[in-house]
Design a protein around this ligand. Structure first.
Ligand code: RNT
Ligand code: ZN
Length: 416
């Protein structure tokens, strides 16, 4: 018996003593799709406007070589990363990743500009999600897009978001699974504004116009992503948490919670059980803020475990779309995807391996001593042995050997 199998058999017995079936946990984990954000592969540059600097108050720092410079490289890198992440997943595209020879602006994009992505997704058995790109563009230079007081600018971005929804519906229809189209805008002020109301009134009106067209809900999910602040947008963000939560509730839309978009001591794990009482579905941008919305690579930290538990303990996974959102240019881009995606999977697996009924009972009976003792004990239970077994079952070598593969891939390519 291989060591992985041996460790697994032992772990299986240990969990069984708590009444937990490891096979069941593995099969649940296998069903979870993670939406891999394409923008980690090329530092959010995209292909449409290569000369534009990244804008909108987000930043990519670091000068590690090897970012993907064109659509072929990005797809190769995604395929390679996905070969090291067990399960079947989705890829999250931004509008600036259109694959076309045409000189087309964001307000003129059509599904056909993404046809090769759909073909690629079909070939690789992937779903696709989509995002309008309301930043890194001349029309966003004022710092305002959908809430702009300049009607020409505002209408440009409305058209772009309308086009994005059609592209999302096309993805969903072609791939036979829903595509989330997530709107995030950077709009806001660096310093304290006089009028906080009118920009929000304009954003509300823009969204109303964007959602006028009835598209097929079997293929398209409309999602809205709030934020607290960005670099250079410290004082006021038009699309705040209250703004989008209210809009989503009133208009039956999906909310996207990005783990880096709140006050530093505020946690997304505690919001999930509230918003899903009222919203039909939720999108997550799993990220790792360090002191600000820094978009560090996701790791196994306390908050990730809490998010996973919040989703698993109350069966909220079926209402939740999990996407990644980080960008680190100081390390190998493929390794970043693998580490982030595997961390999410490990956190979910650990949650699936919890004796949740037992824990809930302790809580209801007021036995907080046992609750604390068990939660602490479970932290060092051998879920890692179960994850390694899952990897091998899916034909992926377990342990750290994936890193060697990434290094080889990197050295063969010798990209600048
Ligand atoms: C920005 C938002 C947004 C972007 C991506 C590139 O703070 O998190 O989701 O990161 O759309
Ligand atoms: Zn995000």
């Amino acid at each position: 018996m291989s060591m992985v199998k041996e460790n697994y058999e032992l772990a299986k017995r240990i969990y069984k003593e708590l009444g937990v079936e490891t096979e069941e946990a593995i099969s649940k984990l296998k069903d979870i799709k993670i939406s891999l954000h394409c923008w980690q592969g090329d530092d959010v540059k995209g292909f449409l406007f290569q000369d534009e600097k990244i804008g909108g108050g987000i930043q990519v720092t670091g000068n590690y070589p090897g970012r993907a410079r064109n659509v072929e490289e990005l797809r190769d890198d995604l395929e390679f990363a996905l070969s090291l992440i067990p399960g079947s997943h989705k890829v999250n595209l931004h509008a600036i990743y259109a694959d076309t020879e045409e000189k087309v602006d964001l307000d003129e994009l059509e599904p056909r500009h993404f046809q090769t992505w759909v073909e690629w997704a079909k070939k690789n058995n992937l779903g696709l999600d989509f995002n309008p790109t309301c930043f890194s563009h001349k029309q966003a230079e004022s710092g305002f897009t959908l809430s702009s007081s300049d009607e020409e600018i505002r209408s440009f971005w409305i058209k772009h978001c309308q086009a994005s929804r059609r592209i999302g519906e096309y993805f969903g229809r072609e791939l036979g699974q829903k595509a989330v189209v997530n709107i995030w805008i950077p709009d806001g002020y660096k310093d304290i504004p006089v009028d906080r109301y009118n920009p929000r009134l304009r954003l509300k009106d823009s969204l109303d116009q964007i959602f006028v067209e009835k598209l097929d809900g079997r293929y398209l999910i409309d999602s809205l992503e709030p934020k607290l602040f960005g670099i250079g947008v410290e004082a006021y963000t038009v699309g705040s948490s209250e703004f989008y939560l209210s809009y989503a509730l009133k208009n039956d839309k999906v909310l996207c919670l990005d783990t880096g978009h709140f006050h530093p001591t505020e946690i997304v794990s505690d919001k999930i059980s509230t918003v899903l009482l009222y919203l039909k579905e939720l999108m997550l941008h799993v990220s790792r803020p360090m002191r600000w919305d820094s978009d560090h690579v996701v790791i196994l930290d306390d908050e990730l475990f809490e998010i996973a538990s919040a989703l698993v303990r109350n069966n909220l996974l079926e209402k939740t779309h999990i996407g990644l959102d980080f960008f680190d240019a100081s390390i190998n881009r493929i390794a970043a995807w693998v580490i982030g995606a595997r961390s999410v999977q490990k956190a979910l697996l650990k949650a699936f391996l919890e004796p949740k009924e037992l824990l809930k009972r302790m809580e209801l009976e007021g036995d907080y001593t046992s609750r604390l003792a068990y939660l602490e004990e479970l932290k060092t239970y051998p879920y890692e042995a179960v994850y390694n077994y899952f990897l091998e079952k899916e034909g992926i070598e377990s342990g750290i050997s994936w890193l060697e593969k990434v290094k080889n891939y990197e050295s063969v390519l010798k990209r600048k």
